[in-house]
Design a protein around this ligand. Structure first.
Ligand code: SAM
Length: 220
C-alpha cells in the first residue's frame, strides 16, 4: 500500500473512533464505515477533508452528509430493518448508498440533479457497487420497485411524503429528517398494516428535500 493510501486508511480508522465517541455502537454500521473509502466520493483537491466529521460541498449547492449523521441514520435503520430492499432519496455523492450496499441491502437511489446522478452512477460502476440509480423526484418514490423494507431520505422534508409512506413494506421503516429549512428532527416511521408508528430523535440540518411532496421547487 502506498504512503498516501496508508494515511487515508489511518484517517478512516480515526473517523470511526470519532463515531464511537459520539455514541455510535452498532458493529455492522462501524464496520461498513471502515470498509467504504469515503475519500473516493471527493474531488482529488478535497481529499484532506474526506475523513473530517463534517458535511462537504459536492456542487449544485448540495453536500455529502456528515459521517455522524449518516451513521446515526444507518443505526436507526439496521436496528429496525436489518435486511432487504432499501430506497434512498438523494443520491448526492453516492457515499450513503455505498454504505447501504456494504451493509448488505439491495439499494435503489433517486437524485433530482442529473449531473450528480450520473457522476454517482459512474462511480458505483467503477468501484463495483451494484446500486440501481434513477433521476427524478424522489418524494414520489419508485412505484415499480415498491414495496421497500427501508426508505432513507437524505434531505430535509417539510412533512412525511405520503407516496413514500405507501411504498413501505409491512414492518418496513422510513428514516427521514422532518422540520423547517433551518433544522429537522430525525424521525423513524414504521409501518404495521395501515398504522404508522413514529419515533422522534435529535435535530440535524440537511439541504432541503425539493419536489412535489417536499419543498416547493420554484424556490430552489
Ligand atoms: N446521500 C447523499 C450522500 O451520501 O452524498 C447526501 C446528499 S445531500 C445531503 C441530499 C441530496 O438530496 C442532494 O443531492 C439533493 O439534490 C437531493 N434531493 C433533494 N430533493 C430531492 C428529491 N425530491 N428527489 C431526489 N433527490 C433529492
Amino acid at each position: 500500500m502506498k504512503v498516501a493510501e496508508k494515511l487515508l486508511d489511518l484517517r478512516r480508522r480515526e473517523m470511526v473512533e470519532t463515531l464511537k465517541l459520539y455514541g455510535i455502537t452498532n458493529r455492522r454500521v462501524l464496520d461498513a464505515f471502515l470498509e467504504v473509502p469515503r475519500h473516493l466520493f471527493f474531488d482529488d483537491n478535497a481529499l484532506d477533508c474526506a475523513y473530517d466529521d463534517g458535511a462537504y460541498p459536492i456542487g449544485h449547492g448540495q453536500t455529502i452528509s456528515q459521517p455522524y449523521t449518516v451513521a446515526f441514520m444507518m443505526a436507526l435503520l439496521v436496528e429496525r430493518c436489518p435486511s432487504g430492499k432499501v430506497l434512498e432519496i438523494g443520491t448526492g455523492s453516492g457515499y450513503q448508498a455505498a454504505i447501504l450496499d456494504t451493509l448488505g441491502y439491495s439499494v435503489f437511489t433517486i437524485e433530482r440533479i442529473l449531473e450528480l446522478k450520473e457522476r454517482a452512477e459512474k462511480l458505483f460502476c467503477r468501484l463495483g457497487f451494484s446500486i440501481t440509480c434513477r433521476y427524478g423526484d424522489g418524494t414520489l418514490g419508485w412505484m415499480d420497485e415498491a414495496p421497500f423494507d427501508g426508505i432513507v431520505v437524505t434531505a430535509g422534508a417539510p412533512k412525511e411524503p405520503s407516496s413514500l409512506m405507501s411504498q413501505l413494506a409491512e414492518n418496513g421503516c422510513m428514516v427521514i429528517p422532518i422540520g423547517d429549512y433551518a433544522s429537522q428532527q430525525m424521525t423513524v416511521i414504521q409501518r404495521h398494516g395501515n398504522d404508522f408508528k413514529r419515533e422522534l430523535f435529535q435535530q440535524f440540518t440537511f439541504v432541503p428535500l425539493v419536489g412535489r411532496e417536499g419543498w416547493d421547487d420554484t424556490v430552489f
